[in-house]
Design a binder for this molecule. Sequence first.
Ligand code: GDP
Length: 139
Amino acid sequence: MQEQTLLIIKPDAIERHLAGKIIQKIEESGFEIGAIKKVVLTKKQAEAFYGVHRDKEFFSDLVEFMTSGPCIPMVVRGENAVHGIRELVGATDPEKAYENTIRALWGTTIRKNCVHASDCEKSAEKEICFFFDLCSIVI
Ligand code: GDP
């Protein structure tokens, strides 16, 4: 089934000039970019985006990291894109991620793991709307 999901290239990857490599990996894996932009999240925006983690001990660290530099959110689409992109991204901790996943290739720590990807269809819909107007997504 054709789906779309949200992927964010996080500040650590941008600082290390990995955006191009990550996009190439996504495209080579058969997915297409439907919309893309570069943003600097405010503290409030990062807190809202990661609201489900509000009670976790790493929440303030995560918000600090996500506001430490620009991010590149993008809508990615393709066959089973939600699950497929999560597979391509790999486990949260790069050390535990399968070989050849984005986080195994370029992630450095559980915090600096290069990318975010929506974890289910419902989150994908919500997270796409967080960053993009429907009219800015190329069909
Ligand atoms: P994801 O869906 O694989 O991104 O993982 P989660 O939704 O559980 O966590 C969101 C993000 O919070 C992760 O991608 C990491 O950047 C960060 N994070 C998760 N666990 C930890 C942790 O134990 N310590 C720190 N510092 N950051 C974490």
